[in-house]
Design a protein around this ligand. Structure first.
Ligand code: BEZ
Ligand code: FE
Length: 286
């Protein structure tokens, strides 16, 4: 076959995929070719625009390093990460909703005892973070692993600072009642890394690069789906314009003022302390 034109080239490429061994790969490759060709037919790029697109993707790749993943940022800023998240987490009823992982998760966070102070004084005003981990039917999940990480009051994560001292980041295990509590700092809203191609794209699209203030959680318990989510602070800016489309109403929490004493989750509080509290519900493993 030869003499392809703008009308018959799509079928020709699809024919070449006919002997793809994996049926899944064949499905994915065919859909990619169909959508990509339709996209090009719709926008009718000039040669110069196509070169710009190739250069944009090249620069996106070149921006990637061990500590920077510009392609994930691109996927986040185009809403693709949240779309993949939604498709993969069609959880039943009252299971806690999910949202993006983000680039600031650290696999081996310091594992500390319940009640640990995880933020430095300069990270911001103290915040008690407490809650529980439960099954759909309310059963407390003891010894669940709870990773918590958040930005500081200036909107920076520990891993964005030069020093390699970790802070506002921890892994704890729930107690026998499924409860956990740690002492962090109140995080601020912050811009996603915007000194690369994704930042240029946002600028060209007339978009701001900000995420509303939030605290990240990754919660794992044997026999349950691992939950990757955040809690957003109710008084934050950008709740309706999160640059990565991650906000869900069910994940917004108002800070409570906890008075001295022992909280229902077991935290000992000596001074009135702003508190972010949530009882998380995990879906059973599929
Ligand atoms: C974050 O919340 O840490 C994040 C998520 C997506 C892109 C950039 C940052
Ligand atoms: Fe974040």
């Amino acid at each position: 076959m030869r003499n392809f034109d703008e009308h018959n080239i799509t079928e020709a490429v699809l024919d070449r995929l006919a002997s793809t061994r994996s049926q899944r790969l064949k499905h994915i490759s065919s859909a990619l070719v169909r959508h990509l060709h339709d996209f090009v037919r719709e926008i009718e790029p000039t040669q110069q625009e196509w070169e710009y697109a190739i250069d944009f993707l090249t620069r996106t790749g070149q921006m990637c390093s061990d500590t920077r993943q510009e392609f994930i940022l691109l996927s986040d800023a185009l809403g693709v990460s949240m779309l993949v998240d939604a498709i993969n987490h069609r959880f039943p009823g009252n299971a806690t909703e999910t949202t993006v992982l983000g680039p600031f998760f650290v696999k081996e966070a310091p594992e500390l005892p319940l009640g640990s102070v995880i933020s430095r004084p300069e990270d911001g005003p103290a915040l008690l973070i407490e809650g529980s981990v439960r099954s759909l039917d309310g059963l407390p999940l003891a010894s669940a692993s709870v990773d918590i990480w958040h930005a500081d009051a200036d909107g920076y994560y520990d891993v964005q600072r030069d020093a390699d001292e970790l802070s506002s980041r921890v892994r704890v295990r729930t107690d026998e009642n499924g409860n956990f509590w740690v002492r962090g700092a109140i995080p601020a809203a912050y811009p996603i890394p915007n000194d690369g191609p994704v930042g240029q794209m946002l600028e060209a699209q007339g978009r701001h690069p900000y995420r509303p203030a939030h605290v990240h959680f990754m919660i794992a318990a044997s026999g349950y789906e691992t939950l990757v989510t955040h809690l957003f602070l109710a008084n934050s800016d950008y709740l309706d314009s999160d640059v990565v489309f991650g906000v869900k109403d069910s994940l917004i929490e108002r800070l409570q003022d906890t008075q001295p004493g022992i909280t229902a989750h077991g935290a000992k509080v000596e001074h009135p302390t702003p508190t972010l509290r949530r009882d998380f519900v995990l879906a059973p493993a599929r």
